[in-house]
Write a new protein. Structure first.
Length: 318
């Protein structure tokens, strides 16, 4: 059995209303499932047993395990480290996050580089995985004569990149002539890696990837000097999750998400490496570039806590 696929033979058990005193017993074999209907009073239980290892049903555990595996393949995930999983008790939404710390600490000094990968799993997405599209629509809007049509299942995976100075530390904001081109360069690289907009007849039909603006965290000192504390940018890609159909032909037409997840992991790896490289270049410019015009020289400072004392106060770089 392939990794990440469900091992339980029970695919679903749904209850549907049938006419009173009506008896139905049907058995069908399509190479994948056996259906058995039996009645008792007003209610009938229908159980569908999966007998094939080629089942494409993807629920939260399968999606999580597959994502972790492809992230591990590109060196962005280590099992048991920095992973959190939570569930919202109000609406049963599930949340998965994983935190990454860059190993290129010396090159990026004084910045600490980190990243966060995460996704949410809605209760409606879970409902579509525990039933089939036909049954779910029947429960919501009743039976229809025409063929069932549903929207594709998509799940969003987020990547957040951050570069921050040590706690309490600051550095002068880089000169605009230096910081402007760097800002434009990193935004262009993230845009090329993530932005994916589908259009039809000149109209946007789907946004499968995108990014936010680069965030600059800083402040203003009392003497008017602007200082820098952290940089961050976030992006996302949509992953298509196969729908569950009763119709064997439709079930076969659904694509497995393995290829999309592998491509997503490679994009995350390349973007994280590019972020680390770009921040390291910015750190080098900050360390060796002369202070901007109007910057005040630091006054001499002496430690009053003794030779081994530490007051834990803020640190100013440059």
């Amino acid at each position: 059995m392939r990794a990440g696929w469900r091992s339980s033979p029970l695919r679903r058990l749904s209850i549907s209303h049938m006419p009173k005193n009506s008896r139905q017993r049907a058995t069908s074999m399509d190479g994948r499932s056996i259906k058995y209907l039996t009645g008792f009073g007003h209610m009938y239980a229908r159980a569908t047993l999966s007998i094939s290892e080629e089942e494409k049903t993807v629920r939260y555990p399968e999606f999580r395990d597959r994502l972790e595996r492809v992230l591990q393949d590109v060196g962005l995930f280590a099992f048991g480290l920095n992973r959190t999983e939570t569930i919202d008790l109000a609406n049963t939404s599930r949340h998965w996050k994983f935190y990454i710390i860059s190993g290129a600490l010396q090159k990026a000094e004084p910045f600490h580089i980190s990243a966060e990968i995460g996704f949410d799993w809605s209760p409606f997405n879970e409902a579509r995985a525990y039933s089939c599209e036909e049954d779910l629509l029947t429960e919501l809007i009743g039976r229809r004569k025409e063929a069932t049509r549903t929207a594709p299942r998509w799940n969003r995976v987020n990547l957040s990149l951050r570069a921050s100075l040590p706690y309490g530390s600051t550095t002068l904001m880089p000169d605009p002539q230096l910081f402007g081109p760097w800002y434009g360069s990193i935004v262009d690289k993230v845009d090329a890696a993530f932005t994916d907009v589908k259009e039809k007849h000149g109209r946007i039909t789907a946004i499968l990837g995108g990014h936010a603006d680069l965030e600059v965290e800083g402040g203003l000192q009392s003497d008017g000097v602007v200082f820098l504390k952290a940089l961050a940018i976030s992006a996302f890609r949509m992953v298509r999750v196969p729908r569950v159909w009763d119709d064997p032909g439709r079930r076969e037409a659904e694509r497995d998400p393995e290829v999309e997840l592998s491509r997503l992991a490679s994009t995350f790896r390349a973007t994280f490496d590019e972020w680390t490289k770009s921040v390291s270049e910015l750190a080098t410019w900050i360390r060796y570039s002369p202070p901007s015009s109007g910057a005040k020289a630091l006054e001499p400072w002496f430690d009053d806590n003794g030779e081994n004392g530490e007051d834990g106060g803020p640190e100013t770089i440059q």
